[in-house]
Write a protein that binds this ligand. Structure first.
Ligand code: RTP
Ligand code: MG
Length: 139
């Protein structure tokens, strides 16, 4: 067994729509454990670190603006294969076509805005998780 940790963000759309509790409940119901939880107003500096892999892409600036548009909930969840498990719970990036039964598929859709507002973020690898947890929660 290899216990992993992952960074989960409930993005400003999820917080504004009062879905934080429903989203966290799904992750806990799957059997993952909450390690840390906070509501934060992200800064541009923090988001530029978080999204450095997307620098230069057409959706980068709208994405950063979207993430600055309201508070986000940041959480660390722990469990065996939680990184892959959470991304499976979240569903694919485009919420219009994300499978029903997933967080994005059940609660989200493309609103035709500059960036896909898809409710949640989850780290995509052990290395990303370690990097992102440091960015949002410190060492
Ligand atoms: P995330 O990082 O948020 O967990 O989502 P992801 O891995 O499924 O998607 P990624 O490719 O890492 O993109 C990061 C976020 O950028 C926004 N995005 N918009 N074409 C678009 O409009 C577009 N592509 C990406 C989404 O909010 C995506 O989650
Ligand atoms: Mg990603």
């Amino acid at each position: 067994m290899s216990i992993e940790r992952t960074l989960v963000l409930i993005k400003p759309d999820g917080v504004a729509r009062n879905l934080s509790g429903s989203i966290l409940a799904r992750i806990e119901s799957k059997g993952y454990s909450l390690v840390e939880l906070k509501k934060v107003n992200a800064t541009r500096d923090l988001l530029e670190q978080h999204y450095e892999e997307h620098l230069g892409k057409p959706f980068y600036e709208p994405l950063v603006e979207f993430m600055l548009s309201g508070p986000v909930v940041a959480a660390i969840f722990e469990g065996h294969r939680v990184i892959e498990g959470f991304r499976c719970l979240a569903g694919t990036t485009d919420p219009t076509t994300a499978a029903p039964g997933t967080i994005r598929g059940d609660f989200g859709r493309d609103w035709g805005l500059a960036v896909q507002q898809n409710l949640v973020h989850g780290s995509d690898s052990v290395d990303s998780a370690e990097r992102e947890i440091k960015i949002w929660f410190g060492a």
